[in-house]
Design a protein around this ligand. Sequence first.
Ligand code: IMP
Ligand code: MG
Length: 219
Amino acid sequence: MSGTEGLPARPAGVPLAALPQQTLRAPTLAPPAPQPAGYPPGGEVLFTAARIAAAVGRMAEQIDADYHGQELTAVVILHGGVVFAGDLIPRLHRVDLRLETIAARSYAGTSSQGAPQVHTHGPLEVAGRAVLLVDDILDSGRTLGTVRDELAARGAASIAIAVLLDKPSRRVVDVRAQYRGLVVPDVFVVGYGLDFEGRWRNLPDIVALAGTEAGEAQA
Ligand code: IMP
Ligand code: MG
């Protein structure tokens, strides 16, 4: 079968350019891939589930090695940190681990509202313990800075921070994560625990919302 199937036969000796335009078939452009159901319209996948899994695996290996045989209290920041923590914590097999949670809220839409409100439920036993603070993203640093200070005030013996994502360009408070998975540019991302007004935490990929690049983000 020839590659010209469906085209009218070209008379011998006639160059292609001399043929009437309609006899040349334009290449078919593939239509843009439709956004999968459940994803934000116009969003762009920044990190696939496979890339996230690889990053979480690398972090878990490092944490497991650093705390090998030691006691560690993981304090997960709700809600954003739960999906990441759910993947990370079962990979820490060589650590004597306890699990605590703390809730912090500072965002409305895509903009931080300054100092986060922190809520504890129950005693939050960290006095004298090595703590691993687990959150989805280190952005301005206000949330992790506030929670870190709260745990230090409650007598934690040491505090290390594990975040899946780091947005260093947005830092306001001096907070460094000892363990970080992936660096993100200044865009607002959802998926894998991260939300916009409560939505899209369930997506397996990390997706940049359309129109939230630096300069376009809401004040
Ligand atoms: P920070 O206090 O500014 O460092 O922000 C930390 C918190 O804000 C994170 O725990 C997230 O819940 C939220 N956050 C920051 N950036 C994003 C984002 O791009 N998408 C979704 N949530 C974000
Ligand atoms: Mg959060």
